[in-house]
Design a protein around this ligand. Structure first.
Ligand code: NAI
Ligand SMILES: CCCCCC(=O)/C=C/[C@H]1C=CC(=O)[C@@H]1CCCCCCC(=O)O
Length: 262
């Protein structure tokens, strides 16, 4: 897709990947509506991005994606401000093994809701123009990790859900593509807080020492490495069904290249 002139909705955009993806799309001439549960972080990012790309290009919406009505309001607000939605990025995610139900609500249920809402708004029968949906899974969407069982379950779910919808000829006929981004460890707060031992962070996973050891073996990607893969997916002419893994040692690798099991 050519990004210039398109409109994107990005969840979890106050910091980390979501903020970097927003900036990368704005740089290429898109308008971005980004959402986050963190109001002060979202407002700060809004100020930074508006100063670089103009007040009329970027809009922050306070939204807890685990709350259905707030997620619906995010789409309403984006349509009211920018009139269309061409790119949807379900990026918001958390680690919370003790509160695993919350992990499922945010990482899995909300990702499904965001996908279904985007499919509805992108449908030409509803006035949409088709579009691209990128769901952010993880290496943990393909491989087990005993320090993160609930998180791994949600990330496997994202992968299976997104690949399944991508096979549906209905959405293909509507000009809608769905792809999955699977980063390994990258240097956002989700990972660096645990390595640095920030208060409360190590309680979010099991066996933090094992996780830290694995990061030492696998290496840690920069946010720019992951953003580069994200933009590659969005700008591809056909990303439907793609699963893009990115890790420090091997860089970008597409999985399941024949896209179906048949
Ligand atoms: N950093 C990493 O190594 C990797 C991260 N991921 C995934 O990438 C995505 C982004 O993660 P990072 O940027 O690393 O994390 P991060 O923790 O830096 O940023 C996540 C953002 O999501 C927001 N958020 C959390 N719960 C929310 C909710 N209920 N509603 C709205 N916003 C909410 C947070 O406030 C935060 O701004 C997540 O889905 C994560 O699972 C995947 C693979 C590797
Ligand atoms: C010391 C850093 C610990 C960071 C927290 C953590 O345990 C999980 C990290 C992940 C952050 C987002 C992800 O999706 C990462 C998980 C990647 C797991 C990959 C495990 C692969 C393997 O064991 O081979």
């Amino acid at each position: 897709m050519k990004v210039l002139g398109k409109v994107a909705v990005i969840t979890g955009g106050a910091r980390g990947f979501g903020k970097a993806f927003s900036e990368a799309l704005l740089k290429r001439g898109a308008k971005v509506c980004f959402a986050d549960i963190d109001v002060s972080g979202g407002q700060q990012s809004q100020r930074e991005l508006a100063a670089k790309f103009g007040e009329t290009s970027v809009h922050f919406v306070k939204c807890d994606v685990a709350k259905e009505e707030e997620f619906r309001d995010l789409f309403r607000e984006c349509l009211s401000k920018f009139k269309k939605i061409n790119i949807m990025v379900n990026n918001a995610g958390i680690l919370d093994e003790a509160g695993w139900e919350k992990c499922i609500d945010v990482n899995m249920t909300a990702m499904m809701r965001g996908t279904y809402l985007a499919l509805e708004k992108m449908n030409p029968e509803n006035g949409g123009e088709g579009g691209t949906i990128i769901n952010v899974s993880s290496f943990a969407g393909l491989y087990p990790a005993h320090f993160l069982p609930a998180y791994v379950a949600t990330k496997h779910g994202i992968l299976g859900f997104t690949r399944s919808l991508a096979m549906d000829p209905l959405y293909q006929s509507q000009g809608i593509q769905l792809a999955t981004l699977c980063p390994a460890f990258a240097s956002t707060n989700m990972v660096t807080d645990i390595i640095q031992g920030e208060a409360g962070s190590r309680q979010k996973i099991l066996y933090p020492d094992v996780a830290i050891k694995i990061t030492e073996n696998m290496g840690i990607c920069s946010v720019a490495d992951i953003t580069d893969g994200f933009i590659e997916l969005v700008e591809k002419e056909n990303c439907n069904g793609d699963v893009l893994l990115i890790d420090k040692k091997n860089g970008k690798q597409y999985q399941f290249v024949n896209k179906t099991t048949s």
